[in-house]
Ligand binder design. Structure first.
Ligand SMILES: N=c1c2ncn([C@@H]3O[C@H](COP(=O)(O)OP(=O)(O)OP(=O)(O)O)[C@@H](O)[C@H]3O)c2ncn1[C@@H]1O[C@H](COP(=O)(O)O)[C@@H](O)[C@H]1O
Length: 104
């Protein structure tokens, strides 16, 4: 099992923990709009780090971004495997073919 898969399992296990002791539980208690908002904030922070920060800052913000994406997927009941399956489907396609495949 790789790091993202282990983190996905940890997030699922922590979802129902006490919001007093778990950040994942605290975020879930605030609801889906808050989780989505946090993901957007982390994406913005990663963009800012890429444009005007160090690569070390970009690594930290990227980790925050991936973590919050996994929290959102978990809250929606979408597995990481499902997302990876979509990326695998695109592997054999060029960018333009992939765009066309979504319009069909
Ligand atoms: N990878 C992470 C991780 N990355 C970032 N964060 C938290 O994400 C939060 C984001 O920081 P911010 O300053 O933007 O937010 P905040 O001010 O703390 O919170 P808000 O009130 O603004 O929502 C911080 O509290 C970080 O600690 C994480 N919290 C947890 N994990 C993983 O999730 C596991 C379970 O965590 P718990 O649910 O806390 O047990 C941990 O063992 C880790 O593996």
């Amino acid at each position: 099992m790789n790091t993202l898969e282990r983190l996905e399992q940890t997030i699922a296990a922590r979802r129902a923990a006490s919001p007093e002791t778990s950040y994942v539980a605290k975020l879930n208690a605030k609801g889906l709009p808050k989780i989505a908002q946090k993901l957007g904030e982390e994406a913005t922070e990663a963009v800012i780090a890429a444009v005007s920060g160090s690569n070390e800052e970009l690594v930290g913000e990227s980790a925050d971004l991936l973590f919050h994406l996994l929290v959102l997927l978990d809250a929606k009941g979408v597995s990481l495997d499902h997302v990876l399956g979509e990326l695998e489907r695109r592997e054999g396609l060029s960018g333009l073919e992939e765009k066309a495949s979504r319009k069909e």
